[in-house]
Write a protein that binds this ligand. Structure first.
Ligand code: C2O
Length: 543
């Protein structure tokens, strides 16, 4: 195994998109940021130098960070942010993970532009479970804001879900042909007729699930969230923020230029960016014919609210063969996820954009998660500092009701808090995540740090334990780190709490995370016992 050393300088750099130049926060001046390419078993040492004007942290999305929460990165959860002018070195080892992951900033909305791919190949000499093509390409799907994303965040916090609308979707940072001033930069992927390539897809958009397709081409899914999957063929992919999907693509069509395109899957009753980003799959023999740049062929993409297609795609993802799903649940948890409304103390405040003197919020089990600012949760826990968090996150919602109906608001007024749920090290956990349908009915891509989990079931309407548990897939469920809670429905996940530390679980729509759609687990050996966690590195920032 190798150790890879990198220096990531977080710095502002002028980036021109949609006819305008913005001073954009980048890593090493690159947007999107550098790709990390390693093998299973390798170690990474990444010195982050913060030369930007904002506090920053980096998160290695999907890396389990076994016994090493100090390298996970969510600000105020596992570490205090790296302040302007300061540095922090992330050190971690890839333990039994292969496939496509990514990294991104995990403070405020910096991840709008601070992100990149993290590709993990098998150990030298160990095979892929499918015939691995000679060539691979990566497509990071993103969102571009024609404003400073930090201002967009401030605005979104005033008005709930609505004005977080971006100005373009992007593929590898480029909006593509259909946007103003963007043709020049359109990403082109040349391909030989008959060639098969591995395409690694990442949804790094801030706030949007996306449909993805390539005109006239079938895609064979072979991996998701750095777990291999049973190969299946599809025309359309739905991918939520945080998720990755690996597909095999064969150039089996007449030589021509084909659009690769992505646009929103959005069931929320809120404004969103309904434009389409494109790149071009260019058969080499076709691009030679000079002078006749015929228009590329356009794929058909589902309608923005086509939940049936989105759900069918996600349900098609399975583990390649029988897996050992943990049974005999120790912690049987039921968490609601959704937006909510709280009364404004000052109805004239600009934050007060909800109906009847309310403002938007978001919660899990009626608790709207608040990041502590005085310390990070992990540091406070490790050093025995009181008053930073509590461990009374409820295992079930305080009030049960019909989550698909029109809910009286009196039943559902979130409280704010930094509440953790304690898991005993080694316990077997099941969580059913239920969309509340309050304010919006929406697919919430839920991400758990420090773990991957089996997705054992999902459905629409209210979760019904008697009926739905019987239908769980305990044979070949997929293993993931981010899974959508279907709009007006539920999803059930299972994992073994084998990674001590503090681990955030949250909606990967940053607008919802900022509104409090998050909670955290404290996994410990016994009361106050985390002795198997490595000690904090000496350069760990302090708040
Ligand atoms: Cu990819 Cu907590 O994030």
């Amino acid at each position: 195994a190798e150790t890879h050393y990198h220096e990531f300088v977080v710095q502002a750099k002028p980036v021109k998109r949609l006819c305008r130049t913005h001073n954009t926060i980048t890593v090493n001046g690159q947007f999107p940021g550098p790709t990390l390419e390693v093998r299973n078993g390798d170690s990474l040492v990444i010195k982050v130098v913060n030369s930007a004007q904002y506090n920053v942290t980096l998160h290695w999305h999907g890396i389990r960070q076994l016994r090493n929460p100090w390298a996970d990165g969510p600000s105020y959860v596992t570490q205090c942010p790296i302040q302007p002018g300061a540095t922090y070195t992330y050190r971690f080892t890839i333990i039994d993970q292969e496939g496509t992951l990514w990294w991104h900033a995990h403070s405020n909305w910096l991840r709008a532009t601070v992100y990149g791919a993290l590709i993990i190949h098998p150990r030298l000499g160990s095979p892929y479970p499918f015939s691995m093509p000679k060539r691979e390409i990566t497509a990071l799907l993103g969102e571009w804001f024609d404003r400073n994303p930090m201002d967009v965040l401030r605005l979104a916090m005033f008005t709930g879900g609505a004005p977080n609308v971006s100005d373009a979707y992007t593929i590898n940072g480029q909006p593509g042909d259909l946007y103003r001033c963007s043709s020049q930069g359109t990403v082109r992927f040349p391909i030989d007729s008959g060639e098969t390539i591995l395409l690694r897809l990442v949804n790094s958009a801030l706030n949007q699930e996306l449909f993805f397709a390539i005109a006239n081409h079938k895609l064979t899914v072979v991996g998701a969230d750095a777990s291999y999957t049973k190969p299946f063929t599809t025309r359309v992919i739905m991918i939520g923020p945080g998720q990755t999907t690996d597909v095999l693509l064969t150039a089996d069509q007449p030589p021509a230029r084909y659009y690769i395109a992505a646009r929103a899957y959005n069931t929320a009753n809120a404004p969103f960016d309904n434009t389409t980003t494109t790149a071009i799959l260019e058969y080499k023999s076709a691009s030679c014919k000079k002078g006749q740049a015929s228009k590329p062929i356009f794929p058909s993409l589902p309608g923005f609210n086509d939940t049936a297609t989105a759900t069918a795609f996600t349900a098609g993802i399975k583990s390649p063969s029988r897996v050992k799903v943990p049974t005999n649940i120790d912690d049987n948890l039921f968490f609601t996820v959704g937006l909510g409304l709280i009364n404004c103390t000052n109805p004239n405040s600009p934050r007060c954009q909800g109906p009847n003197g309310t403002r938007f919020t978001a919660s899990m089990n009626n608790v709207s998660f608040v990041l502590p600012r005085a310390n990070s949760i992990m540091q406070a826990y490790y050093r025995g500092v009181n008053g930073i968090f509590t461990t009374d996150f409820p295992p079930v919602p305080p009030v049960q009701f019909d989550y698909t109906g029109n809910v009286p608001r009196g039943l559902w007024t979130p409280r704010r808090g930094t509440k953790l749920y304690k898991l005993k090290y080694g316990s077997i956990v099941q969580i059913v995540l239920q969309d509340t349908s309050i304010v919006t009915t929406e697919d919430h891509p839920m991400h758990l740090h420090g773990y991957h989990f089996y997705v054992v079931g999902s459905g629409f309407g209210n979760f019904n334990p008697a009926r739905d548990t019987a239908n769980f897939n305990l044979i070949d469920p997929p293993q993931r780190n981010t899974i959508g809670t279907p709009p007006g429905g539920w999803v059930a996940i299972r994992f073994v709490a084998d990674n001590p530390g503090v681990w955030l679980m949250h909606c990967h729509l940053d607008a919802h995370l900022s509104l409090g759609l998050a909670m955290a687990f404290l996994v410990e050996n016994g009361v106050g016992e985390l002795q198997s966690v490595i000690p904090p590195p000496p350069d760990l920032p302090r708040c």
